[in-house]
Design a protein around this ligand. Structure first.
Ligand SMILES: [Zn+2]
Length: 335
């Protein structure tokens, strides 16, 4: 199983200024603010690993801002692009089968989506489709670039996600552009195709798609690759080294979802929405986190108390900005 030694070389998390936090909280930049806007995008560190599938860090493009981890499973390769901190360390997963590439998630910012697209082109295979895991902006903002550069690839998502993106997208992009300028998308990319639950063969690779509600977000895809024993959990599971986003307030049901993921035997490699892949212990650490966050939420009368107490409960975790944003949602005045 994978160890957590990725954490030893993680980027440090800068403190988030209060003014920036307020701007982001007001912007409904869902869900993360663990970023350092004042600093240039730093390249990610080497991605270390001791076990699991054979992995290499791609070094083909020295100027690349994000990091790419390549995992080989016989004829199938999984290429994981991880954006720098100002892109919220969000992943795009590229599943390379014998004849095509399937892309999961499209990045927050255009420059990173552009790096993804350029990398995919080096694989020399057409993009079969692009799949969006959930409707949070950090996963679809860059789809504008991917759909421009891969015009034959349709964007798929679970039924309901397109409606969420369509409804909330324009306002979020307006605010993103005020923060990120030209790095943010100019148009909302709404999925046009629906993913059905259950097993499906795409380019010879078996995917088992699962639909989860009321976890980290209201509606979330997970994808099992039964032959590779890989669980693509996206934002249902967080790195043991980072705070999780709890702003959707689904503490109890998120823990139910996590228990059901835990019941999936044999899936020792878990690809998550943010940060490098984790092992099964990350499910437990996410449960521990959500449980504690629930208790703190119940005992905290306001956002400031929730933030302070949750950070104090997990003093070693990175991305403390996630906590502040979560608090702003949990204690927001009702509309
Ligand atoms: Zn996310």
């Amino acid at each position: 199983m994978l160890s957590n030694n990725y954490g030893a070389q993680r980027l440090s998390q800068a403190a988030l200024s209060r003014s920036l936090f307020l701007r982001l909280a007001a912007s409904a930049l869902f869900p993360f603010v663990g970023l350092r806007l004042s600093a240039a995008a730093a390249p990610n560190p080497e991605l270390a690993q001791n076990s699991g599938p054979p992995r290499t860090k791609d070094a083909a493009a020295p100027g690349r801002m994000g990091a790419i981890l390549v995992s080989q499973f016989g004829p199938v390769k999984i290429h994981s692009y991880l954006s720098p901190v100002d892109g919220l360390q969000v992943n795009t997963q590229m599943i390379e089968g014998p004849n095509a590439v399937v892309i999961f998630d499209g990045q927050l910012l255009l420059p990173y989506a552009d790096e993804v697209a350029s990398y995919v082109e080096t694989l020399g295979k057409p993009v079969d489709r692009i799949i969006l895991s959930h409707a949070h902006t950090d996963h679809w903002g860059g789809l504008q670039i991917l759909t421009e550069r891969f015009r034959d690839a349709h964007v798929f998502a679970l039924d309901g996600i397109a409606d969420q993106v369509r409804a909330g997208g324009p306002a979020r992009l307006d605010r993103l552009r005020r923060i990120y300028g030209d790095k943010a998308a100019t148009k909302v990319t709404v999925p046009t195709e629906t993913i059905t639950e259950g097993p499906q063969l795409i380019d010879g690779v078996t995917y088992d798609f699962k639909r989860f509600v009321d976890g980290e977000s209201d509606l979330q895809l997970a994808a099992l690759l039964p032959e590779q024993k890989v669980l693509m959990a996206f934002d249902l599971v967080f790195s043991p080294n980072q705070h999780a986003f709890t702003g959707a307030s689904h503490f109890d049901h998120w823990m139910v979802v996590l228990e059901s993921l835990k019941a999936l035997q044999g899936y020792d490699t878990i690809l998550i929405g943010h940060d490098t892949p984790v092992g099964r212990s990350a499910i437990d650490s996410t449960i521990t986190y959500v449980k504690r966050a629930k208790e703190i939420h119940a005992a905290s009368a306001d956002a400031k108390t929730y933030s302070e107490n949750l950070k104090a409960a997990f003093p070693d975790l990175q991305q403390a900005g996630f906590v502040d944003l979560s608090a702003s949602y949990l204690y927001a005045a009702p509309d």
